[in-house]
Ligand binder design. Structure first.
Ligand code: FES
Length: 261
C-alpha cells in the first residue's frame, strides 16, 4: 500500500499475484479497478523521519510500494531523497515510471536477480550516505540483508537504517521451553511454531497484529533467559536490556525463557 500520504482521499494498493497465495489470488480474481472495499485505517509502522538529512530509499519487487509513498511525500515537501529500485526484470518494475517522475529522472534502476550485482549497486547507492542521512528499505529478505550488510560496512549507524518486512525472517529453528511465571505453567514451542502461536494454542490471551515483528503489539516481558530477537521494532537498548520480546518472531537462545504471564 502506498501509505506515505497524509490525509489521503484514496489508498493505492499493489498486490503481486502468487499462485499459491490465497489472498492475492482472491484479490486478482474478484477485484477490479473501481471495486469498493470497506477497510480500517492502516497503521504506518514504517514512517520516514522529518527534518534534516537526506533519505536513501531502496525498494525491491512489490516491496517498492511504501517506497513510492515515501518518495511522493519527500517530493511534495521538497525534502532531499534518492531512490534505488531493484527488480528481477523490467516487466515487474511497475512503478518505474512513477519513480522516474518523482525523482525527476534520477531513479537508479537495477534489473537483475543476481544478488552480487545488487550488492554492488547498493554499495554505489549508499556510498554517499552522510551522518545525518537515513536509509529506508523494503523488499525481499535477501535485499534487506544486503542493504543491512552494505550499510554496516559503510559505517552507517544501525539506528539510521530502517526496513519493513513482508514476512518474518526465516532461518532454521529449534524447539524451546517457556515457563509462564504467574500461572506456573510450562509450554513447549515447537521448531515450526512461533512463541505467539504456542501461547495462543494454550489459551493464553495475548495481543498481536502484524505477526512479522514490525508492530510491537505482541510484546511480552521476559524475566529469565536469553532472547533471540528477530523483530524490527525494538531499539538496541531494549534488546540489550533483554527483558522484552516480540512473541510473534522472537525465540530462546538457550532453550528456555520465563515470561511474566
Ligand atoms: S504481532 Fe506485530 S510485532 Fe508481533
Amino acid at each position: 500500500m502506498n501509505y506515505g500520504l497524509e490525509s489521503p482521499t484514496f489508498y493505492e494498493i499493489s498486490i503481486l499475484r502468487q499462485d499459491r497465495g490465497t489472498f492475492s489470488t482472491h484479490a486478482h480474481r474478484c477485484w477490479d479497478v473501481g471495486t469498493s472495499l470497506q477497510v480500517s485505517e492502516p497503521a504506518n509502522e514504517f514512517e520516514m523521519h522529518r527534518g534534516a538529512g537526506k533519505r536513501f530509499l531502496v525498494g525491491g519487487g512489490i516491496g517498492v510500494t511504501p517506497i513510492v509513498g515515501m518518495a511522493t511525500q519527500a517530493s511534495r515537501h521538497c525534502e532531499d531523497f534518492e531512490a534505488l529500485y531493484v527488480c528481477g526484470e523490467r516487466r515487474s518494475a511497475v512503478f518505474e515510471e512513477e519513480l522516474l517522475r518523482l525523482t525527476e529522472g534520477a531513479l537508479r534502476l537495477c534489473l537483475t536477480r543476481d544478488i552480487s550485482v545488487v550488492a554492488a549497486e547498493v554499495g554505489h547507492f549508499l556510498a554517499q550516505v552522510g551522518p545525518e542521512d537515513h536509509v529506508y528499505v523494503c523488499g525481499p529478505q535477501g535485499l534487506m540483508e544486503t542493504v543491512h550488510d552494505v550499510a554496516a560496512a559503510l559505517d552507517v549507524h544501525p539506528s539510521r537504517v530502517h526496513r519493513e518486512l513482508f514476512a518474518p525472517v526465516t532461518r532454521a529453528d529449534s524447539s524451546f521451553e517457556v515457563v509462564l511465571q504467574r500461572s506456573a505453567r510450562s509450554i513447549r514451542v515447537h521448531a515450526n511454531q512461533s512463541l505467539l502461536d504456542a501461547l495462543i494454542a494454550e489459551g493464553v490471551s495475548i495481543a498481536y497484529d502484524c505477526r512479522i515483528g514490525s508492530c510491537g503489539a505482541c510484546l511480552v516481558r521476559v524475566v529469565e533467559g536469553a532472547i533471540e530477537h528477530r523483530d524490527t521494532v525494538l531499539m538496541q537498548e531494549d534488546r540489550d536490556a533483554g527483558n522484552v520480546a516480540c512473541a510473534c518472531v522472537s525465540r530462546a537462545q538457550d532453550g528456555h525463557l520465563v515470561l511474566d504471564l
